[in-house]
Unconditional design. Structure first.
Length: 462
């Protein structure tokens, strides 16, 4: 429906209205500015820890007087926590409401991050990172699912893509700012960087009856039509679009009258169609996280392992980051015009071809093309995959399905264990290498200053 004036309010004479229909008629997201700020901050939180841990790892090993290998369990169990927390918190979000799920995930992340920041050795850090992971597992899936439920269907993809772009830029800025922090306090900086995850606790006040309100779609499915109606009318006013007249009653969709009363988990796994969707999207997200975190994070090391000189490897990596941002901008304009599945398929092919060209060792030109394809592919898939996850599961199981897919998909970050940020684990032993002792412990602070940047033998990476 075309608006005569985007800044004017008018009513549309309809006999009855559904909550879904009213939301889909809105010209834009009908949430407060504080709610939008909170959602962007939460999306940043979902990306922050996976981005900051590789940067903080050298400082972590030095500060705890241990090795990157000794911290492998902390990284691994953090990802296991993603999968466990994803199901538990996703289940709560489906059973008791999106606000409950968001409060739970922000609280667990905040507590886990605070505890991680005061860890005294590798075992304590492992336990605390597992706790933080239990909260992190549901952040992105719940946020994207919530945005999907509150956004008009015609603008859902672009809205998620814009939030993803802003969050990515913020994370890049934070990552760059972390470098001088590490240089200034090589033994303590990791505590600051990891502890920043506790800022998630500051998001809790945003979850109220004015800003990050309960999802009207969820309320309708749980006998909350009256409350959902009140929320939708406020959203219509904020969206400055078509208002549903006060005399027009909101009704439940006919499908809800036939809905069962199974638990979200039983409901999800009782449908072959939904199980099939869960398996497919989990595999897609797994591959995405392999490319985005497992490979892109250590692209410099992969390039050096393929025979590219260190300086050239850094240049290729920098250019590939530009390709990633270009993809994030490009996708905003096409995501609601092209099938999500097609975008995901093309991005997946780009990732596969990009990885092959990066590790093939057939020259810097091929490596440059491969790195850009890899970055453009991951940059394209991210918003499309998040939007797709928010759409393919019905409201009654959306939290459970989306959280399980994203939680288990994060296990694709396991390459972090095989290619840690400490380059020594990828280099052959040589006489006189600083910190090279028999038990694997030693002085790691030279890594924070960027010393010993010789090329890596290809056999150490493949």
């Amino acid at each position: 429906m075309t608006l005569e004036n985007s800044e004017s309010l008018r009513t549309d004479p309809v006999e009855t209205q559904t909550v879904e229909g009213a939301i889909d008629r809105m010209p834009r997201l009908g949430l407060s500015k504080l709610a939008v700020f909170g959602l962007v901050a939460a999306f940043c939180l979902g990306l922050y820890e996976s981005a900051i841990v590789p940067i903080a790892l050298p400082s972590m090993t030095a500060g705890l007087s241990t090795t990157a290998t000794a911290l492998a369990w902390a990284i691994s169990l953090n990802l296991v926590g993603f999968a466990i927390g994803a199901y538990v918190i996703g289940y709560f979000a489906d059973r008791f409401g999106r606000q409950v799920g968001l409060r739970l995930t922000f609280t667990v992340v905040g507590v886990g991050s605070l505890l991680s920041a005061v860890a005294w050795d590798a075992p304590s850090l492992t336990v605390f990172r597992f706790i933080a992971g239990c909260g992190m597992g549901a952040v992105l899936s719940l946020i994207t699912g919530y945005i999907g439920e509150m956004t008009p269907s015609a603008r859902r993809g672009a809205t998620i893509a814009k939030i993803s772009l802003v969050s990515t830029v913020v994370i890049v800025i934070i990552s760059l700012a972390a470098v001088p922090v590490i240089a200034a306090a090589p033994l303590l900086s990791w505590r600051i960087l990891i502890g920043l995850g506790a800022l998630s606790l500051l998001l809790l006040p945003f979850i109220n009856n004015r800003d990050i309100v309960e999802s009207p779609r969820w309320l309708v499915e749980h006998s909350g039509l009256e409350r959902a109606t009140a929320i939708v009318r406020k959203m219509e006013s904020r969206a400055r679009g078509v208002l549903t007249p006060d005399t027009t009653p909101f009704v439940e969709p006919e499908r809800l009258l036939k809905a069962g009363t199974q638990t979200p988990f039983a409901d999800l796994f009782s449908s072959r169609i939904l199980v099939g969707r869960l398996i497919i999207i989990t595999l897609v997200l797994f591959l995405f996280y392999v490319g985005f975190f497992g490979i892109s994070t250590y692209l410099v090391l992969f390039l050096q392992g393929a025979g590219i000189a260190p300086a050239e490897a850094l240049s290729i990596t920098a250019i590939s980051r530009v390709a990633s941002l270009a993809a994030a901008v490009f996708i905003i304009f096409v995501i609601d015009r092209i099938e999500r599945k097609l975008i995901i398929a093309i991005g997946t092919v780009m990732i596969i071809v990009g990885v092959i060209l990066v590790v093939a060792g057939i020259g810097s030109a091929a490596a440059m093309v491969g790195a850009c394809l890899l970055s453009f592919g991951t940059g394209s898939i991210a918003p499309a995959a998040y939007t797709y996850v928010a759409e393919i599961f019905p409201t009654r199981v959306r939290g459970t399905g989306a959280s399980l897919a994203d939680g288990f998909g994060h296990l694709g970050e396991q390459p972090l264990l095989h290619h840690p940020a400490d380059p020594r684990s990828l280099r052959p032993h040589r006489r006189g290498y600083r910190g090279d002792d028999r038990d694997g412990a030693g002085d790691h602070t030279h890594l924070l200053r960027g010393e010993d940047e010789q090329a890596l033998p290809r056999r150490d990476l493949l």
